[in-house]
Design a protein around this ligand. Structure first.
Ligand code: NBG
Length: 828
């Protein structure tokens, strides 16, 4: 069943002709005719011979056709003369869009018409939605945020292009074998991609390597030319991004790398056919595969090449579009806002300068002012290991001209500071774009900060910590650049599409305006929070979603779980700072209590984990193995499994997220305070009525303030306390010694109880906890266990729990990505 949205009416339905036109008609008749026609003309099939994928393709094209009119109009407003709107270029190495079909139906308002049309041809929508292979062009939060922002930009009628890379292989698919993560290549393009339009004519050359050479131009001016070793071509692939029931349909423009000359004819002529083809293969490698994050940057020349590749194509395209509009180059910043999604696109600062100064002969000072006014930088992490720096020799080899430009930016920047802060060499050394302590590196966050007019963090605490820690000196020298924009997620995908039952219930009571105006509308649910009938309906929706997830869990893992139990869920990338293993320590504790029958009455729980670990992150992979090992023992234990089940759901992605968030009772947001920049899963859970157990970290703090402290389970050290404890000398070993339950849990893991007697398997994990415990699990253990007890107690009063659940949904309208985008547009 589809999202039951009261007025399922298209934004601009057009006249009667438009309703029946096979390409544009929004009624069931036109759509049914289009399906048959597309099946025939595009798939070459008759209905009786069509596979499910044929039907999916026919439907996808049918839906895409219906986006084209608005898409063409929006592109016209970005490229056309006589338009003055400023457009957003969202530069991001990742876009985790999730499947397009369902979202398109919601945003176009044709869900019911499509269901009706499909039933006439004997097909069913849910099967076709299932058929779509999602583009996994992102790792997690950062890439998904980019996709939510694209949805909101379109919905708010802000013309925008999302610029990125069309990776042939996205994030790997995760399988679990014998409890371990196994990575499988993501072949998302194998059955074709009906959503994209290849723009062979929109192609740019991107240079790599070689050397630079000074010369004097005709006017006698000193100049430098770049003699590259190699040139690669970027081809644009466009995917329409329809706003929700509005005239705007933006686009995601992803670049695919190709050889400039498909064959090296010289090599071919001397008979070396294979060498001729080599060139093509090497060029295409650039957009081959998405790098998983959380791995050491070392030696990732290809990653830097990817970043430069997509940034250069995008900036060249922006300049092209500006000139097509008939605007002069010195007005670039009036027509384009380039948002840098983390440091991955930060080479844009040097590249834009190069394009303006070198390719378009603009004077440096003016080019620099335009660059700064065009670019803005969003930081997404404080973790030292995630702050990008490129070895200087690598940059010199791959981008020799950019290195010179970075030197010049740095020289001017430091000269300016020297005047303002004479005798503060330490300051200059700290803010320099070049890290010269030991091996030399280019600090990309510094490049982005210097080259942007705005720098933002993604939650209040994160922005404060940015100002106090990693970008402290930048805040000192340019405080006016800093601001906070707390993340948000799109209610179209994360409520309307993924939780149709809840959507229908909400709409029945407060109308459907919440979908486009979450902040103002959702709060009208508040008065219903204590209404017994409404609570009953709310519980019925949750129960239904839990049954649905239970079925999915059974299908994917074979584990049978009880939908009446408390669904306690932690889904996110596997990382030590996110502390999935703190959750496991609690489970082992619970398990011990049950084995000793010392717990009294217990609330039955199903604890669900999902998330991918970086292929090279050994500790994260060991944590997956631990979760699975504990799951096997718990689920087989005749006593324990009566009240506890543990599940690791493989291959967490957007599609699986659709099933998971709506089914949660409890949302685990338990990172070490100060480590999670924002989190966005926390918002998706709360919107769907899950109650959070969490630390004062990232956006949890703001969520707690919004939903009310009494409707949030808080535990653990604050970011300040974490710092203080560390400074005073943290000794996890003594916590272990002094807490019997904790000791028993850790000892049980060490004893081989969960590993068929193998005492060595989890030793690296246990040792790291007992010796350094960088993420302070042991410091928060007792508080967490006690807090979980409060959760269990609270859950046993279903009416009180339901009230909390309703209030969570009612009060998190602030975390709509529409609100975030409004703030970006207003403040940046
Ligand atoms: C992630 C943070 C999350 C945050 C997302 C989106 C990176 C580098 N950062 O806390 O870890 O929610 O970005 O802002 O992926």
């Amino acid at each position: 069943m589809g999202p039951a949205i009261a007025s399922d009416s298209p934004a601009n339905a057009g006249g009667p002709a438009a309703l029946t036109n096979v390409r544009t008609g929004l009624g069931a008749d036109a759509i049914a005719a289009a399906l048959i026609e597309n099946l025939h003309c595009l798939q070459g099939k008759l209905p009786q011979h069509a596979t499910r994928n044929d039907w999916y393709m026919a439907l996808a094209y049918t839906v895409r056709d219906r986006m084209m009119e608005r898409y063409v109009a929006t592109v016209g407003s970005i490229a056309g003369a006589n338009t003055n709107a400023k457009a957003v270029a969202y530069l991001s190495a990742e876009f985790l869009t999730g499947p397009h079909l369902g979202n398109g139906l919601i945003n176009l308002g044709i869900w019911q018409a499509v269901e009706e049309a499909l039933s006439r041809v004997g097909q069913d929508l849910s099967g076709l939605l299932e058929q779509e292979e999602e583009p996994g062009l992102g790792n997690g939060g950062l890439g998904r945020l980019a996709a939510c922002y694209m949805d909101s930009l379109a919905t708010l009628n802000v013309p925008a292009i999302g610029y990125g890379i069309r990776y042939e292989f996205g994030i790997f698919d995760q399988a679990i074998r014998d409890g371990w993560q196994v990575e499988i290549t993501d072949k998302w393009l194998r059955f074709g991609n009906p959503w994209e339009i290849v723009r062979s004519e929109i192609a740019f050359d991107v240079k790599f390597g070689g050397r630079t050479e000074p010369y004097h131009d005709e006017a006698g001016r000193y100049r430098v030319r770049w003699l590259p070793e190699k040139v690669v071509k970027g081809i644009a692939y466009d995917t329409p991004v329809p706003g929700y029931r509005v005239p705007t349909t933006n686009l995601l423009r992803l670049w695919k790398a190709e050889a400039t000359e498909p064959f090296d004819f010289e090599a071919f002529n001397v008979g070396d056919y294979y060498r001729a083809v080599d060139e093509k293969v090497i060029s295409e490698t650039i957009s081959k595969v998405l790098y998983p994050n959380d791995e050491p940057e070392a030696g990732k020349q290809l990653r830097l090449a990817q970043q430069y590749f997509f940034v250069s194509c995008s900036l060249q395209d922006m300049i092209r579009l500006l000139l097509t509009r008939g605007k002069p180059l010195n007005e670039l910043h009036l027509y384009w806002a380039a948002q840098l999604n983390d440091t991955h696109p930060s080479i844009a600062v040097a590249e834009l300068l190069r394009l303006l100064v070198v390719e378009h002969a603009m004077e440096w000072g003016q080019a620099w002012a335009i660059t700064q006014q065009t670019c803005a930088y969003t930081n997404h992490t404080l973790l030292a290991e995630a702050l990008e720096r490129w070895p200087l020799p690598l940059l010199a080899k791959l981008l020799p001209r950019h290195l010179e430009i970075i030197y010049e930016i740095n020289r001017r920047f430091l000269d300016g500071l020297r005047l303002r802060y004479p005798n503060d060499d330490q300051l200059l050394r700290r803010v320099s774009l070049i890290d010269e302590a030991g091996d030399k590196y280019i600090r990309m966050a510094h490049l982005a900060s210097v080259g942007s007019h705005a720098i933002n963090g993604v939650a209040v605490l994160h922005t404060e910590l940015l100002k106090r820690t990693v970008l402290r000196d930048f805040h000192r020298v340019s405080p006016e650049k800093f601001l906070n924009v707390t993340n948000g997620v799109t209610p179209r995908r994360w409520i309307a599409l993924s939780n149709p039952n809840l959507s229908a219930l909400i709409t029945r009571h407060i109308g459907d305006r919440w979908i486009a105006n979450l902040e103002d509308e959702l709060k009208h649910l508040e008065p219903l929070a204590s209404d017994i009938d409404f609570q009953r309906d709310w519980q019925a929706v949750k129960a239904d979603n839990k049954r649905n997830l239970a079925g999915f869990i059974k299908e994917r893992t074979g584990v049978i779980v009880d939908p009446h139990s408390l669904f306690d869920i932690q889904v996110k990338r596997l990382h030590e700072y996110k502390r999935q293993h703190l959750n496991v320590l609690y489970l082992v504790t619970l398990c011990n209590r049950l084995r000793h029958a010392s717990g009294g009455a217990v609330t039955p729980r199903t604890v669900i984990f999902a998330g991918k670990a970086a292929p090279g992150y050994r500790m994260a992979k060991l944590i997956i193995k631990l979760i699975n090992s504990v799951a096997v023992v718990v689920n087989q234990d005749p006593v324990v499994s009566q009240v506890l089940k543990v599940v690791f759901l493989p291959d967490f992605n957007v599609k699986n997220g659709h099933r998971v968030y709506p089914a949660a009772d409890l949302s685990e947001q338990i990172s070490t305070a100060g480590k999670e920049a924002s989190g966005t899963g926390n918002m998706k859970f709360a919107m769907n009525g899950a109650i959070t157990i969490g630390t004062l970290d990232g956006a949890n703090i703001e969520i707690r303030d919004a939903v009310g402290h009494e409707n949030f389970f808080l535990f653990g050290l604050t970011a300040e306390e974490v710092e203080r404890v560390r400074a005073e000398g943290y000794r996890p070993g003594s916590i272990y010694q002094s807490n019997p339950e904790l000791r028993e849990a850790i000892d049980l893991i060490s004893s081989g109880f969960f590993s068929n007697g193998d005492r060595g398997l989890f030793r690296p994990l246990v040792e790291s906890l007992l010796t350094s415990d960088d993420y302070m699990l042991l410091a928060d253990y007792q508080a967490y266990v006690e807090c979980q007890q409060h959760v269990s107690d609270a859950y046993s009063d279903q009416n009180a729990w339901t009230r909390m659940s309703i209030l969570n949904t009612a009060r998190v309208g602030h975390f709509s990505s529409d609100r975030s985008i409004r703030e970006y547009c207003r403040d940046i």
